[in-house]
Design a protein around this ligand. Structure first.
Ligand code: APR
Length: 229
């Protein structure tokens, strides 16, 4: 089966009711990113950071995969699908996708503040002050904050280099190193971009823009690619 590598962003989960970051009414309009999603924020006000992620986790537990997530899972019947997501939600996995690489962490997990390899599932939605790792350190959300390295980027770039088709869904291509992954797509592989808005991508004849939302856009992608296959 052909290898389909997919890069997803917050727009992938918009139809599940989860806010994106940079659009009108997005999370970064409501919160100052450096007050809730940076190491300095954690030093300055842990309670605020924990509250921010607890609220997002509560919303996530109340949401469900949308049509787009389900189509990507279904596409595993026709392609060797590998998903690289910037999203910290678990909606790809809940939809049934079997190979998902999280670049920016996972909201339903916590990790030690003294040993980043100590990662734990969070029961329910709340991570509290005083929740400690086995080494006695305060647990933090297992997400990549601004200014922190992205440990999985090497694995992701290697994955993109194996693509027969590359598909980008619902990301503003503003945040690096994730937005740079498109430059690792091999020359023979067609590229598809699904987004209802204009996103900055290299001008290339092998890029097909589907200016639609994830669900509808993936319907079109499926029609195009499965008829070609
Ligand atoms: N379907 C598809 N795309 C959509 C939809 C939808 N229903 N609704 C919005 N979009 C698109 C927007 O047009 C925009 O291009 O999703 C994109 C969302 O962009 P951002 O809010 O910038 O989110 P993202 O690109 O995922 O952000 C990258 O930045 O804030 C950090 O760590 C965070 O992982 C995140 C990273």
């Amino acid at each position: 089966m052909k290898r389909l590598v997919v890069l997803t962003g917050a727009g992938m989960s918009a139809e599940s009711g989860l806010k994106t970051f940079r659009e009108m009414g997005g999370l970064w309009e409501e919160y100052d990113v450096y007050e809730v999603a940076s190491p300095t924020a954690w030093e300055r006000d842990r309670e605020l950071v924990l509250r921010f992620y607890n609220e997002r986790r509560k919303l996530l537990l109340d949401s469900a995969p949308n049509r787009g997530h389900l189509i990507l899972a279904e596409l595993e019947d026709s392609f060797d699908v590998r998903i690289i997501t910037q999203n910290v939600d678990d909606l790809h996995e809940r939809a049934g996708s079997s190979r998902v690489l999280h670049l920016h962490g996972e909201l339903r997990k916590s990790r030690s503040t003294v040993d980043p390899h100590l990662i734990y599932p969070i029961e329910g939605w709340e991570l509290k002050e005083g929740d400690l790792c086995e080494k006695g350190s305060q647990l933090r959300p297992h997400v990549v904050w601004f200014g922190e390295p992205v440990p999985a980027i090497g694995e992701a770039a290697e994955m993109v280099q194996t693509a027969d088709l590359f598909l980008v869904i619902g990301t503003s291509m503003n945040v690096y190193p994730a937005a740079g992954l498109i430059s690792y797509v091999p020359g023979h592989a067609p590229i598809f971009i699904i987004d209802p808005n204009v996103v900055p991508v290299p001008d290339s004849s092998r890029i097909t823009i589907i200016r639609k939302k994830a669900g509808e856009g993936l319907e079109e992608f499926m029609n195009i690619t499965l008829n070609d296959a």
